[in-house]
Design a protein around this ligand. Structure first.
Ligand code: ZN
Length: 169
């Protein structure tokens, strides 16, 4: 199992701030391998979502834990994920909610971000099939956080405020 290195703000890499490119060749071995490596990386790093930019790839791909509220159950297997390729938010609630977010690329920082309460996302799965999913709660938040990554936006740019916590080593 190959755990990929996570790009953080401290790396000062433009990739975290640049919009990604659409994937045209989903069946390509390189794309499939990237997905196979992103999933265990997400679980190993204790993330509930991971965007390709965070592993230094400028493509419109992200992985999400199917039910982030049950992260620990999924982490035991570290295999299942929602794979979104070329995702688009096609519908969203009018209501928004502010909840705390963090990001593997911004370690040690947290802060509340206002997000739509529910979203409908259209995307391609790893077989290249077009899919549509409606999410609410934490999963809706993760969808928005990851799609922001793919547009070159970090949650710290949207957070209402930010605070630091000491990381245990
Ligand atoms: Zn993030």
């Amino acid at each position: 199992m190959n755990i990929l290195r996570i790009v953080t703000l401290a790396d000062k890499k433009p990739i975290l701030h640049q919009p990604t490119q659409e994937v045209k060749n989903i069946g390509d071995q390189k794309i499939q391998r990237l997905i196979d490596e992103m999933i265990p990386t997400m679980y190993y790093k204790d993330g509930i979502g991971l965007a390709a930019t965070q592993v230094n790839v400028g493509l419109r791909i992200a992985t999400l834990v199917p039910n982030p509220e049950k992260f620990e159950d999924y982490k035991k297997k570290a295999q299942e994920a929602i794979i979104i390729i070329n995702p688009k938010i096609i519908q969203h609630s009018l209501r928004t909610v502010s909840e705390e977010e963090g990001c593997l690329s911004v370690p040690g920082i947290f802060g509340p971000v206002k997000r739509w309460k529910s979203v409908t996302v259209e995307f391609y799965d790893r077989e290249g099939k077009k899919n549509k999913m409606k999410a609410s709660g934490l999963l809706a938040r993760v969808f928005q956080h990851e799609i922001d990554h793919l547009d070159g936006t970090l949650y710290v740019q949207k957070a209402l405020r930010l605070y630091k916590i000491e990381l245990a080593h």
